[in-house]
Design a protein around this ligand. Structure first.
Ligand SMILES: CCCCCCC/C=C/C(=O)SCCNC(=O)CCNC(=O)[C@H](O)C(C)(C)COP(=O)(O)OP(=O)(O)OC[C@H]1O[C@@H](n2cnc3c(N)ncnc32)[C@H](O)[C@@H]1OP(=O)(O)O
Length: 715
């Protein structure tokens, strides 16, 4: 909807009304068409201001409408008629002007923004391009290089940057609508020809071909198979080389391909999934909107290894005072030096002062007596963690939330060490913790809804995408990852090489293949866990352990001191320890041949499709088990975890969405096939939830929660 009124005698005021972000739904577009006509027909009105209600100009096209057949007035002619208007049209931008919202503003003759407003064309992040004239108007307004940057990255700019780029005409700290009305009064009656952006020639670029070649190369590299960034470059090229109307035709053509693409569907699903995970619920029925978080004024981090350092830095950057505790004095001093550097670098990047004074350093656990929340990040060893929780429970004031950053140990066992197990949750950060967006908030059977709400809110304050998950070995992310890495090792036994597997995974869209990733994180981490579990036994190379197939390849490499990048040798060879460039290693190929010979394995040719199916489908199958077990509330939770924590390509939605795109029947059929071929790998057996979904006709991913709910209620 849009509301019309006349203010200050001669200014028509159009207010977009579609909470919460005034998205351009069919009703809003109809409202704009009607109210613009009203304003233009009203002889008393000399100029018009368009604003959005409740401090938001417009969040763009209504993405929810994209799935339906389009109704209501189309955006392009609507914006065109605003640009053609004979009375000055002024956009009053507060909050956000994004996507179609900014395109609407670009159709206006003037733009006034509040200093806190954010502007951008983020369509590319939804698998689209700014196809309501944005790809044609923005380059004409701010030049091709700046427009390419904004349109291909989708980044939001501040009002100050928008002013500097020439996107807006004025920035105000006062009431935006008042400033815009004043401005509208001042330009009433002035000629408008020079204000219609579509009539501007595109600013000349000296070597256009070189610029586009360069940008296209960069985009292809970073897009990792995504098609929208490439279409965005092509659309801007049309703006730079064609007259406006022909450019608009090209924009439409490119959009037509994107609009119905699987990638656009995946990215839009992911947009809503990110928001859905914030609305967490526990199997007990506790929910995000009925659980009140405890206030957190002061936090502690105990253990200053890589994870602890990153977590403390992230907390300080979020403005929270942090007490850090590290028992070993030498490690404490080293951590202080490294963390101060991290804070300085981060502050420089953000153009702010480094929050060095937010962090205090101690080697005494007694200093945690007055904190509201502790995040334990000591070595991944259950006995050590138990000791720490016992101490924390004695030292901390009543009501302090005790969180563990374990990446997969039993949160409930830790809770049982404390006086208040209901105040214990997992906060599983991902390395580097001050950079990675994902946080798994793990609730045990005794964690209170308030504890979960507090950890979720703290995660939000730290700028993380937090997903609440149940307690099981590896939680969601690492539980699924284990099967992925194990299958990759099996493939090596059967004839593949690390390069072959990694290439397939990287071509699929992961930033790094499984073996490159393993070399980066360190092979010794998993080895230690397997030794603790008595799975890995030095000197042993048996391929069946605990009654199932086991690949000792990783253990055998560790026994040779090949821990990955840090030792200069792992699945690959590095020029020196710590080097990041992986080289194929003839030693490893020879080692694999010998290993196969020793075990009577005959190497066979393994194609890309098998690599993907063997690595991804068991993970997906485990995802279904996780849903069935109630560890994740819905497929969105798993998908968000995989996209933000494990590098799953966002344009493929996440593993569960990807399964629905491939077709559940096909996933089921392939799992059955592989289980038959490898009966000693029990997790290849298709999960009953997957079977059930196929049996009822493979409903879309958005409907799975209902099926899971029914399944649980039948149990
Ligand atoms: C052939 C057809 C031609 C058509 C041409 C179309 C060209 C234009 C395309 C577009 O405009 S695509 C949309 C581009 N816009 C965006 O990508 C912006 C998306 N939104 C955001 O980034 C943020 O929501 C925000 C605007 C910065 C606000 O952030 P905030 O943190 O305050 O709120 P959220 O929790 O993110 O959102 C609240 C609520 O609103 C829903 N929502 C947000 N934006 C949209 C939207 N564009 N369409 C529909 N719904 C939207 C969001 O899902 C949340 O919903 P609930 O979770 O509360 O249900």
């Amino acid at each position: 909807m849009a509301q019309y009124s006349r203010i200050s005698g001669s200014v028509g005021l159009i207010t977009l009304k579609n909470p919460p972000v005034n998205a351009l739904s069919a009703a809003v577009r109809q409202g704009i068409v009607d109210t613009v006509e009203k304003a233009l027909c009203d002889p008393q009105v000399k100029s018009v201001v368009i604003c959005g209600q409740d401090g938001v100009f417009c969040g763009g096209a209504d993405v929810k409408e994209f799935e339906k057949s389009m109704s209501g007035p189309p955006l392009i002619p609507m914006i065109h008629s605003i640009e053609c208007a004979t009375k000055p049209m002024v956009a009053a931008i507060e909050g956000s002007a994004l996507g179609g919202g900014l395109e609407l503003a670009l159709g206006c003759h003037y733009r006034i923004a509040h200093s806190k407003a954010r502007l951008g064309l983020p369509e590319v992040t939804l698998g689209l391009l700014p196809a309501a004239g944005g790809s044609q108007r923005l380059p004409r307004l701010i030049g091709v290089p700046a427009a390419l940057d904004l349109i291909t990255t989708g980044r939001h700019v501040t009002a100050a940057e928008a002013l500097q780029l020439g996107i807006v005409d004025q920035v105000t700290d006062h009431k935006t609508v008042d400033a815009a009305v004043k401005f509208a009064l001042s330009v009433a009656g002035k000629p408008l020809d020079a204000r219609r952006i579509s009539t501007y020639p595109c600013p000349v670029v000296t070597d256009l071909d070189a610029l586009f070649e360069d940008v296209m190369q960069k985009v292809r590299q970073s897009a990792r198979g995504a098609i929208a960034p490439i279409a965005c470059v092509q659309a801007v090229r049309a703006a730079a080389t064609l007259p406006y109307t022909r450019g608009m035709e090209r924009e439409k053509e490119l959009m037509a391909t994107l609009f119905t693409s699987g990638q656009a569907r995946a990215l839009q699903y992911n947009f809503f999934a990110q928001r859905a995970v914030g609305k967490w619920r526990m199997p007990s029925g506790a929910r995000w909107d009925t659980s009140t978080p405890r206030p957190v004024h002061k936090v502690a981090v105990i253990g200053l290894g890589t994870m602890g350092r990153g977590i403390a830095v992230a907390l300080a950057q979020a403005g929270l005072p942090v007490v850090t505790v590290e028992a070993q004095e030498k490690q404490l001093m080293e951590a202080k030096r490294v963390m101060s550097d991290m804070l300085k670098r981060g502050a420089k990047r953000r153009g702010v002062a480094p929050p060095l004074d937010k962090i205090s350093y101690s080697s005494n656990i007694q200093d945690l007596a007055d904190v509201d929340l502790v995040i334990e990040a000591v070595f991944e060893d259950m006995d050590l963690k138990k000791k720490v929780f016992l101490q924390l429970s004695a030292v901390c004031k009543p009501g302090t939330l005790l969180c563990t950053n374990t990446s997969g140990l039993d949160v409930d066992q830790l809770a049982s060490q404390t006086r208040n197990p209901e105040l214990v949750v997992g906060m599983h950060f991902f390395a580097p913790a001050h950079v990675m967006k994902l946080l798994e908030v793990v609730y045990g059977p005794r964690s209170s809804p308030q504890a979960v709400a507090t950890a979720m809110q703290l995660g939000k304050k730290m700028g993380k995408i937090s997903v609440a998950v149940g307690n099981c070995r590896g939680f969601v992310g690492n539980r699924m990852l284990k099967l992925y890495t194990e299958q990759a090792s099996f493939l090596l036994e059967e004839g593949a090489t690390p390069d072959l597997v990694d290439r397939a995974i990287e071509e699929f869209g992961f930033p790094m293949g499984v073996f490159r990733m393993s070399d980066l994180s360190g092979l010794d981490i998993g080895w230690r866990v397997r030794k603790e579990m008595k799975l890995a036994v030095p000197g042993q190379s048996a391929r069946i352990r605990e009654g199932r197939r086991y690949s000792p390849l990783g253990d055998l490499l560790c026994e040779q001191g090949r821990f990955g990048q840090k030792t200069g040798r792992g699945w690959y060879r590095y020029n020196k320890p710590g080097d990041r460039v992986a080289h194929s290693d003839p030693w490893l190929h020879h080692f694999l041949e010998e290993y196969r010979a020793q075990h009577g394995l005959v190497a066979r040719r393994i194609d890309q499709q098998e690599i993907l199916e063997r690595c991804l489908y068991p993970m997906i199958n485990e995802g279904f088990r996780i849903l069935q077990d109630g560890i994740a509330a819905g497929p969105e939770d798993i998908d968000v975890i995989y996209v933000f924590g494990y590098g799953w390509p966002r344009h493929c939605g996440g593993p569960m969405f990807y399964a629905s795109m491939v077709g559940l029947e096909k996933v089921l059929e392939r799992l059955e096939h592989y289980y038959q071929a490898h009966p000693d790998v029990p997790y290849l057996q298709p999960c009953s939830l997957l079977r059930r979904l196929v049996a009822i006709g493979s409903p879309p991913v958005q409907k799975w929660r209902e099926v899971i709910k029914n399944l649980h209620s039948q149990l």
